[in-house]
Write a protein that binds this ligand. Structure first.
Ligand code: CP
Length: 323
């Protein structure tokens, strides 16, 4: 595996989940695989789970790990080509990327959508430049349009808890005070459809996601109707995707907050969220703290999804060297 930015990069999902669960049973079984290999994790945006779980995953494989917070202690990076660099950005990504690649064997990148220019965000300019110019396998630690390590962890969590072959998985929009990217919902829907689940997306009108990610899912503007019979409820906020409101907050109504009354409409569903979560906005305290909340197990599975991806990248590097 030379890149991991989307569900297509992981191959058959049943095989990927089986490998992940094997890793979970003995996460130190491959502790020599990464000896003398270095992972560089590059953050353009903040993180708690991704930072810690990915570092832990690499350490489980015996790797060295370096972490660079681009906006804290590194030169500010220019990402546009052809600009006159007379502002506050001291270095261009096109020099910085191959330099960073020269110090490591695998690169993880976190770079959120700017939510100002849809075309620029959906081109995935930053992570695609790393893929093109670093000379290293690159994986997404959440890019502008997707968060595949999160979705892989969510899939592992659902596979561990489901009681039927094809559960009903409902992703519901919920309110948030700030404009958030569409990366998590895009990936979640795409991965859950690929897994063969019954997938329903519910949100207020105006919050339609890019249809390239929601193909195969049912869209229902009636949240209560959508939640009926759900086996898993995944709450998430996102900003508008559709023009002319790309990146805007169109609704802050707490009528969309997931609470016990709404969870009572479901088939005793599990509650999921990628975290961090705004209590009282996205979900009420009783639901997130309740016995059907999976927010901690799914966060714990981030270590397992990351370890599966990094292991496959190490195996590819070693296979190529042995050819
Ligand atoms: N879910 C997730 O990616 O969390 P962080 O932003 O804290 O890494």
């Amino acid at each position: 595996m030379n890149k991991f930015t989307t569900v297509a990069d992981i191959g058959p999902l049943d095989k990927a989940v089986a490998e992940a669960l094997e890793i979970k049973r003995n996460r130190y079984a491959h502790s020599s695989l990464g000896r003398n290999y270095t992972l560089l994790m590059i953050f353009f945006n903040s993180s708690l789970r991704t930072r810690l779980s990915t570092q832990k995953a690499a350490m489980n494989l015996g790797m060295n790990v370096m972490v660079l917070d681009v906006n804290q202690g590194a030169w500010k990076l220019e990402t546009e080509r052809g600009v006159i660099m007379d502002g506050d950005k001291a270095e261009h990504l096109l020099e910085a990327i191959p330099v960073m690649g020269s110090y490591c064997d695998i690169i993880g990148v976190r770079s959120f959508a700017g939510l100002k220019d849809k075309a620029e965000d959906y081109e995935e300019r930053v992570i695609n430049q790393f893929i093109k110019y670093s000379g290293r396998p690159v994986f997404s630690m959440e890019a502008a349009t997707g968060h595949p390590l999160q979705s892989f962890a969510d899939l592992i969590t659902i596979e561990e808890h489901k009681t039927k072959a094809r559960p009903k998985v409902v992703m519901t929009w919920a309110p948030h005070p700030k404009a958030l990217p569409q990366a998590v919902p895009n990936s979640f829907v795409q991965w859950m459809v690929a897994a063969g689940y019954e997938v329903v997306v519910t949100h207020p009108e105006g919050y339609e996601l890019d249809s390239a990610f929601t193909e195969g899912a049912t869209i229902d503007y009636d949240q209560r109707h959508a939640l009926a019979g759900a086996d898993f409820v995944y709450a998430k906020n996102w900003s508008a995707y559709a023009d002319p409101h790309y990146g805007e907050v169109l609704c802050k109504s707490r009528d969309w907050t997931v609470d016990a009354e709404k969870m009572a409409l479901t088939n005793n569903a599990y509650f999921m969220h990628c975290l961090p979560v705004r209590r009282g906005m996205i979900v009420t305290d009783d639901v997130i703290e309740g016995p059907r909340s999976l927010v901690i197990p799914e966060a714990a599975n981030r270590e397992i999804s990351a370890q599966t991806v990094i292991k496959r990248m190490l195996e590819s590097i070693q296979d190529n060297r042995n050819d």
